[in-house]
Design a protein around this ligand. Structure first.
Ligand code: FE2
Length: 388
């Protein structure tokens, strides 16, 4: 497999993977839909805490008797928060079992029918046959397949003949309450947690069904602390815009954070969404001021070692190390450059879904050099929850 890198104004640095198949061209992440217990309150939280903007709404007022959905946007990121309006609903069942979590990872495509046909032909389990939805702004074609883990869905969205605010059935959501954005640009990657011996099954599915390539792998010796371990493989589509790391627990002295997730989510699912910014210091400063909680900082020794870890990229770093330490931002480097990242605490009471904030300065990795420091932070939190 050979790769070449290109600079993309909208999606940052991309890698082109020659080994990937082109039967499923993906233009980017279209939206991420969360099923939640109370969408109205969740929308307020994601606006206030994370600076998402009100975009669209569907609910009783728009003739939707089954569910209410609030669509929020920040640059290229669209999240949809959906809740059931009655007890007889697959949305309510999902929330009862999993708590709040990601149900749909929607992919923006040129041709939703072809995306559905090609993936189903290669073994995908259908979730929704291609469906044309229309209103006065045009039409959208959507089709869905089950992802290879848990109850998660991939929805293909073809919107080239649509000019509306989001999808047919939604109205523009005009709100008087508009907290300012925090600088999120696009979804950098989305991570799945799978059960024991399931990572390679999911990986093979992305290869066979979606034509992705496995471009990075971490074994349990690389991702280990004194207490616990996990393994991870990163899958990417051909243009590098869609990246899905897949985790699996590994044996350790105590319980892996992946097992804790699976216990509380009651199954496999999305562990985190990584949101890209090009100014992490400002973004994280604002998030902290708005009450977002992050994992506790690594010890001083971690920051003392950063110049060594940056190696040849040491002089390239523009950010003030003291400022990064003040905000508990982590730093890692690979052969291509460096990256800055930080992880929130879980976004709900069950220790399941969280956000990562990431700023890439040339680096195309996932912060492998931070895994140990990060997992020790997570374990300190697990110990407080009594789940280590
Ligand atoms: Fe990540």
């Amino acid at each position: 497999m050979t790769t070449k890198k290109i600079e993309n104004v909208e999606y940052g640095l991309e890698k082109i993977f020659d080994g990937a198949q082109d039967f499923l061209p993906l233009l980017g992440t279209d939206y991420v839909e969360f099923y939640v217990g109370n969408a109205k309150q969740a929308a307020h939280y994601y606006k206030t805490a994370f600076g998402f903007q009100s975009l669209a709404y569907s609910g009783l007022e728009t003739g939707n008797r089954e569910a209410a959905s609030y669509v929020l946007v920040q640059n290229k990121i669209r999240i949809v928060l959906t809740t059931a309006l009655n007890s007889n609903s697959h949305i309510g069942e999902h929330v009862k079992k999993h708590g709040d979590g990601v149900k749909v990872n929607a992919l923006w495509v040129e041709d939703a029918r072809k995306s559905f046909e090609e993936t189903v032909k290669r073994g995908a389990k259908p979730f929704m046959e291609p469906k044309v939805e229309k209103d006065e702004n045009g039409e959208v074609v959507r089709a869905g397949i089950y992802a290879p883990y848990g109850e998660t869905i991939h929805m293909f969205v073809e919107r080239k003949n649509y000019n509306g605010v989001f999808l047919p059935g939604y109205v523009k959501w005009n709100s008087d309450y508009n907290p300012s954005p925090v600088g999120f640009k696009f979804v950098d990657h989305m991570v799945a947690n799978t059960d024991w011996d399931r990572m390679n099954v999911a990986m093979k599915w992305y290869e066979d069904v979606m034509g992705f390539v496995n471009f990075l792998s971490f074994d349990d010796k690389q991702i280990t602390t004194e207490y616990s371990a996990l393994m991870s493989k990163v899958m990417s589509n051909g243009n590098g815009r869609i990246k899905y790391p897949i985790n699996e627990p590994a044996k350790g002295k105590k319980k892996s954070q992946i097992e804790e997730y699976i216990d509380f989510y009651e199954g496999e699912g999305v562990q985190h969404l990584a949101l890209a910014t090009d100014d992490i210091i400002t973004t994280v400063g604002q998030l902290k001021a708005r009450g977002v909680e992050f994992l506790p900082p690594p010890p001083q020794a971690y920051y003392d070692e950063i110049p060594k870890r940056l190696g040849v990229h040491k002089d390239m770093m523009k950010e003030d190390l003291k400022k990064l330490q003040e905000l508990s931002i982590l730093v890692d480097a690979d052969e291509d450059g460096y990256l800055l990242q930080i992880f929130t605490k879980p976004l709900e009471d069950r220790p399941t879904l969280f956000f990562e904030i990431i700023q890439r300065m040339g680096a195309t990795g996932f912060g492998a050099g931070n895994f140990k420091a990060l997992f020790e932070s997570i374990e300190r939190e697990q110990a407080l929850r009594g789940t280590l």
